[in-house]
Ligand binder design. Structure first.
Ligand SMILES: Nc1ncnc2c1ncn2[C@@H]1O[C@H](COP(=O)(O)OP(=O)(O)O)[C@@H](O)[C@H]1O
Ligand SMILES: [Mg+2]
Length: 435
Protein backbone atom coordinates (compact mmCIF):
# COMPACT_ATOMS: atom_id res chain seq x y z
CA UNK A 1 0.00 0.00 0.00
CA UNK A 2 1.43 3.39 -0.83
CA UNK A 3 0.46 7.03 -0.88
CA UNK A 4 1.67 10.41 -2.06
CA UNK A 5 1.90 13.34 0.32
CA UNK A 6 1.11 16.86 -0.81
CA UNK A 7 2.01 20.16 0.79
CA UNK A 8 0.17 23.45 0.33
CA UNK A 9 2.65 26.05 -0.96
CA UNK A 10 1.99 29.30 -2.83
CA UNK A 11 -1.73 28.68 -3.12
CA UNK A 12 -1.59 25.13 -4.49
CA UNK A 13 -1.06 21.51 -3.48
CA UNK A 14 2.38 20.24 -4.48
CA UNK A 15 3.36 16.53 -4.53
CA UNK A 16 6.25 16.18 -2.12
CA UNK A 17 6.81 12.63 -0.86
CA UNK A 18 5.96 8.97 -1.39
CA UNK A 19 5.25 6.51 1.37
CA UNK A 20 5.07 2.76 1.02
CA UNK A 21 3.96 0.29 3.66
CA UNK A 22 4.58 -3.40 2.99
CA UNK A 23 4.69 -6.27 5.47
CA UNK A 24 5.29 -3.92 8.36
CA UNK A 25 8.12 -2.07 6.66
CA UNK A 26 7.54 1.60 5.95
CA UNK A 27 9.72 3.29 3.34
CA UNK A 28 9.47 6.86 2.29
CA UNK A 29 11.31 9.52 0.35
CA UNK A 30 10.86 13.02 -0.95
CA UNK A 31 10.16 13.33 -4.67
CA UNK A 32 13.34 14.35 -6.49
CA UNK A 33 11.96 17.60 -7.89
CA UNK A 34 10.60 18.52 -4.50
CA UNK A 35 13.91 17.78 -2.78
CA UNK A 36 15.66 20.03 -5.26
CA UNK A 37 13.24 22.94 -5.19
CA UNK A 38 11.84 23.07 -1.68
CA UNK A 39 14.54 22.48 0.90
CA UNK A 40 12.93 25.24 2.99
CA UNK A 41 9.53 23.49 3.29
CA UNK A 42 9.92 20.22 5.23
CA UNK A 43 7.07 17.84 5.98
CA UNK A 44 8.32 17.73 9.54
CA UNK A 45 10.81 20.01 11.27
CA UNK A 46 12.54 16.81 12.39
CA UNK A 47 12.99 15.55 8.79
CA UNK A 48 15.23 17.61 6.51
CA UNK A 49 14.22 17.71 2.84
CA UNK A 50 16.72 15.46 1.04
CA UNK A 51 16.91 12.56 -1.40
CA UNK A 52 17.39 9.77 1.15
CA UNK A 53 15.16 6.75 1.22
CA UNK A 54 14.07 6.18 4.81
CA UNK A 55 12.97 2.78 6.05
CA UNK A 56 11.62 1.78 9.45
CA UNK A 57 9.27 -0.65 11.17
CA UNK A 58 6.96 2.24 12.07
CA UNK A 59 5.41 5.01 10.01
CA UNK A 60 7.29 8.32 10.26
CA UNK A 61 6.10 10.12 13.37
CA UNK A 62 4.72 13.13 11.48
CA UNK A 63 2.26 10.86 9.67
CA UNK A 64 0.55 10.12 12.98
CA UNK A 65 -0.45 13.79 13.15
CA UNK A 66 -2.60 13.06 10.08
CA UNK A 67 -4.28 9.92 11.44
CA UNK A 68 -8.01 10.35 12.03
CA UNK A 69 -8.99 10.12 15.70
CA UNK A 70 -12.17 10.27 17.74
CA UNK A 71 -15.50 10.47 15.94
CA UNK A 72 -13.93 10.95 12.49
CA UNK A 73 -11.92 7.77 13.00
CA UNK A 74 -14.99 5.72 14.03
CA UNK A 75 -16.90 6.98 11.03
CA UNK A 76 -14.13 6.14 8.59
CA UNK A 77 -13.46 2.68 10.10
CA UNK A 78 -17.11 1.95 9.35
CA UNK A 79 -16.82 3.25 5.80
CA UNK A 80 -13.67 1.20 5.16
CA UNK A 81 -14.98 -1.82 7.09
CA UNK A 82 -11.78 -2.03 9.11
CA UNK A 83 -11.24 -3.19 12.70
CA UNK A 84 -9.59 -0.56 14.89
CA UNK A 85 -5.98 -0.82 16.02
CA UNK A 86 -2.56 0.57 15.10
CA UNK A 87 -2.67 -1.31 11.77
CA UNK A 88 -5.69 0.76 10.78
CA UNK A 89 -3.69 4.01 10.94
CA UNK A 90 -2.19 3.84 7.46
CA UNK A 91 -5.41 2.96 5.55
CA UNK A 92 -7.25 5.58 7.62
CA UNK A 93 -4.67 8.19 6.64
CA UNK A 94 -4.90 7.17 2.98
CA UNK A 95 -8.66 7.81 3.04
CA UNK A 96 -9.13 10.42 5.76
CA UNK A 97 -6.18 12.82 5.52
CA UNK A 98 -7.61 14.95 2.73
CA UNK A 99 -7.97 18.08 4.79
CA UNK A 100 -5.87 17.91 7.95
CA UNK A 101 -4.87 20.67 10.33
CA UNK A 102 -1.61 22.15 9.01
CA UNK A 103 -0.48 22.14 5.39
CA UNK A 104 0.06 18.48 4.49
CA UNK A 105 -2.48 16.12 2.98
CA UNK A 106 -2.57 12.75 1.26
CA UNK A 107 -3.34 12.80 -2.47
CA UNK A 108 -5.22 9.47 -2.33
CA UNK A 109 -7.37 10.82 0.50
CA UNK A 110 -8.22 13.87 -1.61
CA UNK A 111 -9.37 11.44 -4.34
CA UNK A 112 -11.36 9.44 -1.79
CA UNK A 113 -13.11 12.63 -0.75
CA UNK A 114 -13.88 13.67 -4.35
CA UNK A 115 -15.42 10.23 -4.96
CA UNK A 116 -17.57 10.66 -1.87
CA UNK A 117 -18.75 14.08 -3.00
CA UNK A 118 -19.52 12.69 -6.46
CA UNK A 119 -21.77 10.10 -4.79
CA UNK A 120 -23.54 12.84 -2.83
CA UNK A 121 -23.89 15.72 -5.25
CA UNK A 122 -25.97 17.56 -2.66
CA UNK A 123 -22.87 18.05 -0.53
CA UNK A 124 -21.69 20.97 -2.58
CA UNK A 125 -23.49 24.24 -2.92
CA UNK A 126 -25.64 23.86 0.19
CA UNK A 127 -26.71 27.12 1.79
CA UNK A 128 -24.58 28.07 4.78
CA UNK A 129 -25.80 27.82 8.34
CA UNK A 130 -25.78 30.33 11.15
CA UNK A 131 -24.15 29.38 14.43
CA UNK A 132 -27.65 29.12 15.94
CA UNK A 133 -28.57 26.53 13.31
CA UNK A 134 -25.53 24.55 14.28
CA UNK A 135 -26.13 24.91 18.02
CA UNK A 136 -29.71 23.71 17.98
CA UNK A 137 -28.54 21.03 15.52
CA UNK A 138 -31.34 21.88 13.19
CA UNK A 139 -32.75 19.04 11.12
CA UNK A 140 -30.72 20.36 8.24
CA UNK A 141 -27.47 20.25 10.20
CA UNK A 142 -28.18 16.72 11.45
CA UNK A 143 -28.93 15.60 7.95
CA UNK A 144 -25.71 17.03 6.67
CA UNK A 145 -23.67 15.60 9.47
CA UNK A 146 -25.06 12.11 9.16
CA UNK A 147 -25.13 11.90 5.42
CA UNK A 148 -21.74 13.32 4.61
CA UNK A 149 -20.81 15.73 7.37
CA UNK A 150 -17.90 13.74 8.70
CA UNK A 151 -16.22 14.11 5.37
CA UNK A 152 -17.53 17.45 4.13
CA UNK A 153 -16.43 19.17 7.30
CA UNK A 154 -13.07 17.46 7.04
CA UNK A 155 -13.58 16.01 10.49
CA UNK A 156 -11.28 13.11 9.72
CA UNK A 157 -8.50 15.67 9.48
CA UNK A 158 -8.64 16.91 13.04
CA UNK A 159 -7.39 14.94 16.04
CA UNK A 160 -8.50 14.64 19.65
CA UNK A 161 -11.16 12.63 21.46
CA UNK A 162 -13.94 15.22 21.59
CA UNK A 163 -16.42 15.15 18.66
CA UNK A 164 -15.70 18.12 16.46
CA UNK A 165 -16.33 19.56 13.03
CA UNK A 166 -14.21 21.84 10.91
CA UNK A 167 -16.35 24.74 9.78
CA UNK A 168 -15.58 27.68 7.54
CA UNK A 169 -17.30 31.04 7.38
CA UNK A 170 -18.17 32.46 3.98
CA UNK A 171 -18.33 36.14 3.00
CA UNK A 172 -21.89 36.39 4.25
CA UNK A 173 -20.80 35.11 7.68
CA UNK A 174 -22.51 31.72 7.22
CA UNK A 175 -20.88 28.43 8.15
CA UNK A 176 -20.05 25.54 5.81
CA UNK A 177 -18.22 22.23 6.03
CA UNK A 178 -14.56 23.16 5.71
CA UNK A 179 -13.70 20.59 3.05
CA UNK A 180 -16.57 21.78 0.85
CA UNK A 181 -16.18 25.56 0.81
CA UNK A 182 -13.69 26.75 -1.84
CA UNK A 183 -10.78 28.80 -0.49
CA UNK A 184 -11.94 31.77 -2.57
CA UNK A 185 -15.13 32.06 -0.45
CA UNK A 186 -13.53 31.44 2.95
CA UNK A 187 -13.16 34.25 5.48
CA UNK A 188 -12.58 32.39 8.76
CA UNK A 189 -11.76 28.81 9.76
CA UNK A 190 -13.16 27.29 12.94
CA UNK A 191 -13.28 24.09 14.95
CA UNK A 192 -16.69 23.37 16.45
CA UNK A 193 -16.01 21.22 19.49
CA UNK A 194 -18.67 19.29 21.40
CA UNK A 195 -18.46 17.71 24.87
CA UNK A 196 -16.43 14.46 24.94
CA UNK A 197 -19.27 12.44 26.43
CA UNK A 198 -22.83 12.80 27.69
CA UNK A 199 -22.14 13.40 31.37
CA UNK A 200 -22.66 16.66 33.23
CA UNK A 201 -18.88 16.74 33.86
CA UNK A 202 -18.12 16.53 30.12
CA UNK A 203 -20.44 19.44 29.61
CA UNK A 204 -18.90 21.43 32.45
CA UNK A 205 -15.39 20.93 31.05
CA UNK A 206 -16.38 22.26 27.64
CA UNK A 207 -18.42 25.13 29.15
CA UNK A 208 -15.33 26.29 31.04
CA UNK A 209 -12.86 25.86 28.17
CA UNK A 210 -13.56 29.30 26.66
CA UNK A 211 -13.10 30.97 30.06
CA UNK A 212 -9.92 28.95 30.64
CA UNK A 213 -8.52 30.32 27.40
CA UNK A 214 -9.44 33.90 28.42
CA UNK A 215 -7.59 33.35 31.70
CA UNK A 216 -4.50 32.14 29.82
CA UNK A 217 -4.71 35.22 27.62
CA UNK A 218 -5.00 37.48 30.70
CA UNK A 219 -1.80 35.83 32.00
CA UNK A 220 -0.03 36.74 28.74
CA UNK A 221 0.31 33.12 27.67
CA UNK A 222 0.43 32.99 23.85
CA UNK A 223 -3.16 32.63 22.68
CA UNK A 224 -4.80 33.16 19.30
CA UNK A 225 -6.04 36.73 18.86
CA UNK A 226 -9.55 35.32 18.31
CA UNK A 227 -10.47 33.41 21.45
CA UNK A 228 -12.96 30.52 21.52
CA UNK A 229 -16.60 31.33 22.19
CA UNK A 230 -19.30 29.18 23.72
CA UNK A 231 -22.64 28.70 21.95
CA UNK A 232 -25.00 26.41 23.84
CA UNK A 233 -22.90 23.30 24.44
CA UNK A 234 -20.72 23.95 21.44
CA UNK A 235 -17.32 25.60 21.60
CA UNK A 236 -16.35 27.53 18.50
CA UNK A 237 -12.55 27.70 18.25
CA UNK A 238 -10.97 30.00 15.62
CA UNK A 239 -8.10 28.17 13.91
CA UNK A 240 -4.53 29.49 13.93
CA UNK A 241 -3.19 27.20 11.20
CA UNK A 242 -5.09 29.03 8.45
CA UNK A 243 -5.02 32.66 7.39
CA UNK A 244 -7.77 33.75 5.01
CA UNK A 245 -7.47 37.04 3.19
CA UNK A 246 -8.30 38.46 -0.25
CA UNK A 247 -9.91 35.25 -1.44
CA UNK A 248 -6.84 33.19 -0.63
CA UNK A 249 -6.02 30.84 2.19
CA UNK A 250 -2.55 30.38 3.63
CA UNK A 251 -2.04 27.04 5.39
CA UNK A 252 0.71 27.15 8.01
CA UNK A 253 2.99 24.29 8.93
CA UNK A 254 1.75 22.82 12.20
CA UNK A 255 3.20 19.79 13.92
CA UNK A 256 2.74 18.17 17.31
CA UNK A 257 5.50 17.78 19.85
CA UNK A 258 5.05 14.00 19.46
CA UNK A 259 5.99 14.43 15.82
CA UNK A 260 9.07 16.59 16.41
CA UNK A 261 10.24 14.05 19.00
CA UNK A 262 9.81 11.27 16.43
CA UNK A 263 7.28 9.42 18.60
CA UNK A 264 5.10 7.05 16.60
CA UNK A 265 1.58 6.25 17.78
CA UNK A 266 -0.50 7.96 20.41
CA UNK A 267 0.49 6.47 23.73
CA UNK A 268 4.15 7.29 24.24
CA UNK A 269 4.94 9.48 27.21
CA UNK A 270 8.21 11.35 26.97
CA UNK A 271 9.59 13.14 30.03
CA UNK A 272 8.90 16.87 29.92
CA UNK A 273 12.70 17.33 29.83
CA UNK A 274 12.70 15.47 26.49
CA UNK A 275 9.78 17.59 25.32
CA UNK A 276 11.71 20.78 26.13
CA UNK A 277 14.80 19.41 24.36
CA UNK A 278 12.70 18.59 21.27
CA UNK A 279 11.08 22.02 21.21
CA UNK A 280 14.45 23.74 21.60
CA UNK A 281 15.86 21.84 18.64
CA UNK A 282 13.32 23.26 16.19
CA UNK A 283 12.21 26.68 17.44
CA UNK A 284 13.78 29.97 16.42
CA UNK A 285 14.16 31.33 19.96
CA UNK A 286 14.80 28.38 22.34
CA UNK A 287 14.95 30.36 25.57
CA UNK A 288 11.73 32.31 24.90
CA UNK A 289 9.88 29.09 24.00
CA UNK A 290 11.26 27.25 27.04
CA UNK A 291 9.88 30.00 29.27
CA UNK A 292 6.55 29.93 27.43
CA UNK A 293 6.35 26.13 27.77
CA UNK A 294 7.15 26.20 31.48
CA UNK A 295 4.56 28.93 32.09
CA UNK A 296 1.99 26.78 30.30
CA UNK A 297 2.92 23.90 32.57
CA UNK A 298 2.55 26.16 35.63
CA UNK A 299 -1.01 26.96 34.61
CA UNK A 300 -1.70 23.32 33.72
CA UNK A 301 -0.76 22.44 37.30
CA UNK A 302 -2.50 25.43 38.87
CA UNK A 303 -5.71 24.98 36.87
CA UNK A 304 -6.04 21.20 36.76
CA UNK A 305 -5.41 20.70 33.04
CA UNK A 306 -4.05 17.19 33.35
CA UNK A 307 -4.37 16.28 29.65
CA UNK A 308 -0.88 17.56 28.68
CA UNK A 309 -0.01 14.71 26.28
CA UNK A 310 2.47 15.16 23.42
CA UNK A 311 -0.24 15.95 20.84
CA UNK A 312 -1.72 18.76 22.93
CA UNK A 313 1.36 20.89 22.32
CA UNK A 314 2.40 21.83 18.81
CA UNK A 315 4.76 24.10 16.93
CA UNK A 316 4.05 26.23 13.89
CA UNK A 317 6.06 28.05 11.24
CA UNK A 318 4.95 31.66 10.80
CA UNK A 319 6.79 34.15 8.62
CA UNK A 320 9.95 32.07 8.68
CA UNK A 321 9.95 31.63 12.46
CA UNK A 322 9.22 28.41 14.33
CA UNK A 323 7.50 28.72 17.71
CA UNK A 324 4.94 27.02 19.90
CA UNK A 325 1.45 27.48 18.47
CA UNK A 326 -0.99 29.51 20.48
CA UNK A 327 -2.38 27.48 23.38
CA UNK A 328 -5.13 24.94 22.63
CA UNK A 329 -7.09 22.25 24.46
CA UNK A 330 -6.74 24.01 27.81
CA UNK A 331 -9.58 23.05 30.16
CA UNK A 332 -10.39 21.69 33.64
CA UNK A 333 -9.59 18.13 32.58
CA UNK A 334 -9.27 16.96 36.20
CA UNK A 335 -13.09 16.81 36.07
CA UNK A 336 -13.13 14.26 33.25
CA UNK A 337 -15.26 11.25 34.22
CA UNK A 338 -12.67 8.94 32.66
CA UNK A 339 -10.10 10.31 35.12
CA UNK A 340 -7.20 11.68 33.14
CA UNK A 341 -4.03 11.66 35.22
CA UNK A 342 -1.38 14.20 34.30
CA UNK A 343 0.07 12.58 31.20
CA UNK A 344 3.55 14.11 30.98
CA UNK A 345 5.82 14.85 33.93
CA UNK A 346 9.29 16.13 34.70
CA UNK A 347 11.39 12.97 35.09
CA UNK A 348 15.00 13.81 35.92
CA UNK A 349 17.10 12.78 32.92
CA UNK A 350 19.70 10.82 34.91
CA UNK A 351 17.70 9.18 37.73
CA UNK A 352 14.20 9.13 36.10
CA UNK A 353 12.82 10.39 39.42
CA UNK A 354 9.87 12.75 39.07
CA UNK A 355 10.57 16.36 40.02
CA UNK A 356 7.63 18.31 41.38
CA UNK A 357 9.25 21.55 42.44
CA UNK A 358 10.21 24.26 39.95
CA UNK A 359 13.54 24.88 41.71
CA UNK A 360 14.51 21.25 41.06
CA UNK A 361 13.27 21.36 37.47
CA UNK A 362 15.26 24.50 36.71
CA UNK A 363 18.35 23.06 38.38
CA UNK A 364 18.12 19.94 36.21
CA UNK A 365 17.48 21.79 32.93
CA UNK A 366 20.60 21.57 30.77
CA UNK A 367 20.77 25.28 29.94
CA UNK A 368 23.43 27.89 30.53
CA UNK A 369 23.57 29.56 33.92
CA UNK A 370 22.62 32.82 32.27
CA UNK A 371 19.47 31.28 30.87
CA UNK A 372 18.68 29.50 34.15
CA UNK A 373 18.84 32.87 35.96
CA UNK A 374 16.57 34.43 33.35
CA UNK A 375 14.05 31.60 33.73
CA UNK A 376 14.13 31.87 37.52
CA UNK A 377 13.64 35.62 37.38
CA UNK A 378 10.76 35.49 34.89
CA UNK A 379 9.04 32.66 36.73
CA UNK A 380 9.37 34.38 40.09
CA UNK A 381 7.71 37.40 38.46
CA UNK A 382 4.99 35.11 37.10
CA UNK A 383 4.21 34.20 40.75
CA UNK A 384 2.54 37.58 41.22
CA UNK A 385 0.14 36.83 38.36
CA UNK A 386 -0.56 33.30 39.54
CA UNK A 387 -1.33 34.72 42.98
CA UNK A 388 -4.14 36.72 41.37
CA UNK A 389 -5.42 33.64 39.55
CA UNK A 390 -8.54 33.07 41.69
CA UNK A 391 -9.66 36.66 40.95
CA UNK A 392 -8.82 36.37 37.26
CA UNK A 393 -10.73 33.08 37.04
CA UNK A 394 -13.68 34.71 38.76
CA UNK A 395 -13.57 37.70 36.37
CA UNK A 396 -13.58 35.35 33.38
CA UNK A 397 -16.58 33.42 34.63
CA UNK A 398 -15.09 30.10 35.64
CA UNK A 399 -17.39 28.01 37.87
CA UNK A 400 -16.96 28.75 41.58
CA UNK A 401 -16.49 25.14 42.62
CA UNK A 402 -13.61 24.84 40.17
CA UNK A 403 -11.92 27.92 41.61
CA UNK A 404 -12.43 26.62 45.11
CA UNK A 405 -11.08 23.18 44.28
CA UNK A 406 -7.99 24.67 42.63
CA UNK A 407 -7.00 27.00 45.47
CA UNK A 408 -4.54 24.55 47.02
CA UNK A 409 -2.91 23.88 43.63
CA UNK A 410 -2.61 27.59 42.93
CA UNK A 411 -1.05 28.14 46.36
CA UNK A 412 1.55 25.45 45.69
CA UNK A 413 2.52 27.10 42.41
CA UNK A 414 2.75 30.55 44.02
CA UNK A 415 4.93 29.22 46.83
CA UNK A 416 7.28 27.38 44.47
CA UNK A 417 7.57 30.25 42.01
CA UNK A 418 8.19 32.84 44.71
CA UNK A 419 11.03 30.70 46.03
CA UNK A 420 12.74 30.97 42.64
CA UNK A 421 14.68 34.09 43.35
CA UNK A 422 17.65 34.21 40.99
CA UNK A 423 20.01 31.62 42.49
CA UNK A 424 22.99 32.93 44.43
CA UNK A 425 25.18 29.96 43.74
CA UNK A 426 25.36 28.61 40.22
CA UNK A 427 23.96 25.13 39.74
CA UNK A 428 26.45 23.11 37.79
CA UNK A 429 24.50 21.35 35.07
CA UNK A 430 24.85 17.58 35.37
CA UNK A 431 23.91 16.95 31.74
CA UNK A 432 25.41 18.36 28.57
CA UNK A 433 23.80 21.68 27.69
CA UNK A 434 21.24 22.10 24.93
CA UNK A 435 22.56 23.85 21.85
N1 LIG B 1 -7.23 26.87 17.30
C1 LIG B 1 -6.67 25.85 16.65
N2 LIG B 1 -6.07 26.05 15.45
C2 LIG B 1 -5.49 25.03 14.77
N3 LIG B 1 -5.47 23.77 15.21
C3 LIG B 1 -6.07 23.50 16.39
C4 LIG B 1 -6.68 24.51 17.17
N4 LIG B 1 -7.19 23.95 18.29
C5 LIG B 1 -6.92 22.64 18.20
N5 LIG B 1 -6.24 22.36 17.06
C6 LIG B 1 -5.81 21.06 16.57
O1 LIG B 1 -6.94 20.19 16.68
C7 LIG B 1 -6.65 19.08 17.51
C8 LIG B 1 -7.86 18.75 18.36
O2 LIG B 1 -8.21 19.84 19.18
P1 LIG B 1 -8.29 19.68 20.76
O3 LIG B 1 -8.77 20.97 21.31
O4 LIG B 1 -6.96 19.18 21.25
O5 LIG B 1 -9.40 18.56 20.90
P2 LIG B 1 -9.58 17.40 21.98
O6 LIG B 1 -10.10 18.05 23.23
O7 LIG B 1 -10.58 16.48 21.36
O8 LIG B 1 -8.23 16.76 22.17
C9 LIG B 1 -5.42 19.49 18.28
O9 LIG B 1 -4.64 18.38 18.62
C10 LIG B 1 -4.69 20.42 17.32
O10 LIG B 1 -3.94 19.67 16.39
MG1 LIG C 1 -6.42 17.51 22.35
Amino acid sequence: MDCTLQIFLDDRWVDCAQIELNDGLCQWNHLVMYAVEHTDAPLSLAEPVDMHLRAARTMPAFLHDLAPQGAGRCFLLGELKLPDGPDADFPLICAGAFNPVGRIRVAEAADYFETHVARHPGARGLPGLTIDDVVVRSAEFKDRMFLHGMLSTGTTGVQGAAPKYLLTRDRAGLLHGDAILPDADATQHLIAKLPRGNSAADNKILRNEAAYMRVASALAIRTHADLPTLHGDLLLVPRFDRIASDGKVVRLHQESVASILGLPGFDLRPSLFEVVAGIRKVVTDPSAETLEFIKRDVINLAMGNTDNHARNTAVQLVEGKVRLTPLFDFAPMYLDPEVIPRALRWYRPDTRVELTDWADVLAALPVSDHERRMLALELSRFAAQIERLPDIMEEQGIDHDIIEFLTQYIDTQVRQLKALQPPEAHHAPSEPTYP
